[in-house]
Design a protein around this ligand. Structure first.
Ligand code: FAD
Length: 375
């Protein structure tokens, strides 16, 4: 028989766990959270590459209803964020609602029964409400470059970091200079023999200013949660004020960000040729604004080369007189390739095979009429 419940939540990342916690808070007990993974955490379960951390300070990057006075620093690591999520599951007692290894492969709206029928792990869950919390960055994608399939070295996406593979003394090629690459490049650069960093467009980068949280501050946050709320509000206000960089015509904000970023680049990269390569030639805000204090210095290491030509294809490159050969992008001959983050951002955007019709017609009495969406 199909398990029947009030609410099915798909995804046990921040969104799914937050939903579960609030459902419990509102007195709902009749719900399940289905996740295809072996554990909770979503982004913070999957992205364990060296240096993985949040880039929004954790006093804001955490649940408003579950402040954590024990963050070790302003931008804690993936492991610490993942632990925090686990602690929230315990704190709100939602562990019993989580079902792992439950990949949802179909969600359809049964018109007659006015219920969702959600199929996962060979079972059909029937629910009044379906909450789709699968995230937009949960489907890593390696572009299908011509020639890549014939590559005989190791290839992996940053979201599926192979911790069993030793990068030391290897020639490594990183494709991309986005938010993940700028975190792991400084970590691996000192260890590898040579690092080729393929950059299509340089990102705008401003200082990160990560700082450990002192014991006194932790104590103050514990005793006076309002202080941490104040810090949260401050970070929120600063980040919201940066919105002018992305939308609207707040030229003053853009000018301020441009100056901050260019000063940062000038201070951290003394070599003019490298600096020119790393200088963005587009308006701040066209791409995500990044924060880092150790990315630029790592690019000045003698074994690091910034290749500012986009990767178009892979081809065989001779390694000398012997018959052996390696493969590499463009004219470079690296023997290992670590593509940086690229995501199929809309892959799991909605149920019903991407057709949201049933979604729009959801009616779940006695759900308040104002909260239902009619077609
Ligand atoms: C490396 C990285 C760093 C980031 N850093 C930040 C940051 O600092 N600040 C910030 O604001 N944002 C950051 N983000 C964005 C981040 O994804 C969101 O902040 C947030 O974690 C998303 O949570 P989510 O629950 O919506 O999705 P996710 O965390 O992606 O979780 C989705 C879950 O759905 C599950 N799922 C997907 N499809 C199915 C299916 N068909 N059936 C069952 N389960 C399924 C997945 O297994 C996963 O567990 C970062 C993203 C990445 C990749």
């Amino acid at each position: 028989m199909s398990p029947a419940c009030r609410v099915v939540v798909v995804g046990a990342g921040f969104s799914g766990i937050g939903m579960a916690a609030r459902l419990r808070h509102m007195g709902f007990d009749d719900f399940v959270v289905l996740d295809r993974g072996h554990d909770l955490g979503g982004t913070w379960r999957d992205n364990s590459y060296p240096g993985a951390a949040c880039d929004v300070p954790s006093n804001l990057y955490s649940f408003s209803f579950a402040l954590n006075p024990d963050w070790s620093s302003s931008f804690p690591s993936q492991a610490e964020i993942w632990d925090y999520m686990r602690s929230c599951v315990d704190r709100f007692d939602v562990g019993g609602h989580l079902r792992y290894d439950h990949a949802v492969d179909e969600a359809r709206w049964d018109e007659q029964a006015e219920r969702w029928v959600v199929r996962a792990a060979g079972e059909e869950y029937v629910a009044e409400v379906l909450v789709w919390a699968t995230g937009s960055l949960s489907e890593p994608e390696v572009p299908d470059f011509p020639g890549l399939r014939d590559f005989r070295g190791k290839v992996f996406h940053s979201a599926k970091w192979d911790h069993g593979f030793d990068l030391r003394a290897k020639r490594v090629c990183v494709v991309g200079t986005g938010a993940s690459a700028i975190q792991f490049v400084p970590q691996i650069a000192p260890e590898v023999q040579h690092l080729y960093l393929h950059q299509r467009t340089p990102p705008w980068i401003v200082p990160r200013g990560d700082r450990p949280v002192s014991r006194l501050r932790k104590l103050a946050y514990r005793r006076l949660p309002a202080l941490q709320r104040l810090s949260r509000l401050r970070i929120y206000t600063i980040f919201e004020s940066l919105l002018g960089v992305f939308v609207g015509r707040r030229e003053r904000t853009k000018t301020m960000v441009r100056k901050r970023a260019l000063d940062h680049l000038r201070k951290q990269v003394p070599d003019e040729t490298l600096r020119n390569k790393l200088t963005p030639h587009y308006e701040p805000g066209c791409k995500r604004l990044l924060l880092s204090d150790d990315y630029y210095p790592s690019l000045s290491l003698p074994n690091v080369e910034v290749v500012d030509v986009p990767v178009a294809s892979f081809r065989t490159a001779s390694r000398g007189p012997s018959t052996s050969s390696s493969w590499g992008p463009a004219s470079r001959p690296p023997s290992r390739r670590t593509p940086s983050t690229s995501w199929a951002a809309t892959a799991s955007a909605c149920p019903n095979g991407g057709r949201p019709r049933a979604w729009r017609r959801t009616r779940a009495p006695p759900w308040p009429a104002s909260r239902t969406c009619s077609s």
